[in-house]
Design a protein around this ligand. Structure first.
Ligand code: NAX
Length: 328
């Protein structure tokens, strides 16, 4: 049997963790023939709940699951990690200012970045799901000077999938026939879902986007505010769809994106499309050989430019705030 891949999942006892772990263990993320060893990280108060989840994982008797270990210490949890899914984060509490939120998350993602730096496998790939995801990825990466910053990514795949589904519903086109859609910027309400480069069935996405009222009044806000709509309907935030997006992000990263298409991910900017170097911003990306590549050379129309710039400005402001707090 090949050596198991070590997958560390933080926030393992949370609702996304519960929707995620069984699919990873079943081989849906890394492949049906790839054995996985799960390393779960939780805060001490939630370790018992993680143990319950581990019992259920045992009870599935997955052929691809080589073992489950549970930790409350990031140093141990990230030892030998090949893939790290950083799901656990500090949610915004009542009366919490943005600086408080960034500081609380700095206290989580700084030490986790350091632990990844010191103990993870040389090929470690990191996906940050916990919000504010882009800036948390930036903080973790800043504490991992020996890991290439390209290995720290933030999840915008759920936004990408939400946009695909909205376009499919609007046009009656199966999702499988929609390509070239992009989420730009921050995983926040300022994100910009870009249809202009897309192909929808046999028609250019720009034709679908030509209905500016639908684009600006329905499509863009529906995608950006979908998380709030789910909370309103379900009484809890997105969990299974977020877990699915995390699985797809890592699956595509490790096994490659679909031929002739790209996806969206928050990745390290080297200055592409005018996004300041060093920000973790969502871009159109492909993956081959285990590395993300930003799709370059797309023509950005003024409508899109304005929206990309607004979301990137928010990311720059978050970076300035965490810098001022001494978190990076
Ligand atoms: P839950 O509150 O259900 O679970 C979070 C878990 O993380 C808890 O079990 C908690 O004990 C644990 N945790 C907290 N601090 C930790 C630490 N320092 N180390 C290890 N574990 C820790 O939240 P859930 O619904 O699972 O959401 C998790 C995160 O995903 C949240 O930050 C949420 O905002 C974010 N999301 C991000 C999305 C994205 O597209 N990037 C979409 C879904 C989701 O909203």
């Amino acid at each position: 049997m090949t050596e198991p891949v070590n997958v560390t999942v933080t926030g393992a006892a949370g609702q996304i963790g519960y929707a995620l772990l069984f699919r990873i263990a079943a081989g849906e993320m890394l492949g049906a023939d790839v054995p996985v060893r799960l390393r779960l990280l939780e805060i001490p108060a939630a370790v018992k709940a993680a143990e319950g989840t581990a019992m259920e994982l045992d009870d599935c008797a997955f052929g691809t699951l080589a073992g489950v270990d549970i930790f409350d210490d990031p140093v141990k949890a990230f030892e030998g990690a090949n893939v790290a899914l950083l799901v656990g984060a500090r949610p915004r509490g009542a009366g919490m200012e943005r600086a408080d939120l960034l500081e609380a998350n700095g206290g989580i993602f700084g030490p986790q970045g350091r632990a990844i730096n010191d103990g993870a496998a040389p090929d470690v790939k990191v996906l940050v799901v916990g919000n504010p995801a882009n800036t948390n990825a930036l903080i973790a990466s800043a504490h991992a000077p020996d890991v290439p910053p390209e290995r720290f990514t933030a999840m915008t795949r759920l936004d990408h999938n939400r946009a695909l589904s909205q376009v499919a519903a609007r046009t009656g086109t199966p999702v499988s026939r929609i390509s070239g859609l992009t989420i730009w910027g921050n995983h926040s309400a300022t994100q910009y879902p870009d249809l202009f480069q897309a192909t929808v069935g046999d028609i250019p996405g720009a034709d679908v986007a030509a209905d500016r009222e639908w684009l600006t009044e329905t499509f863009i806000p529906t995608v950006a505010k979908r998380g709030a709509a789910i909370i309103e309907a379900r009484g809890a935030s997105s969990a299974a769809s977020a877990a699915n997006a995390a699985i797809e992000h890592v699956r595509d990263w490790t096994r490659g994106t679909r031929e002739g298409d790209w996806t969206s991910a928050g990745v390290y900017s080297h200055g592409e499309y005018g996004v300041p170097e060093g920000l973790v911003s969502s871009f159109p990306v492909t993956s081959a050989g285990g590395d993300w590549q930003i799709v370059e050379g797309l023509e950005i129309d003024p409508f899109s430019r304005e929206r990309i710039d607004a979301s990137v400005a928010e990311l720059s402001a978050e970076r300035d705030a965490v810098r001022a707090l001494g978190l990076i």
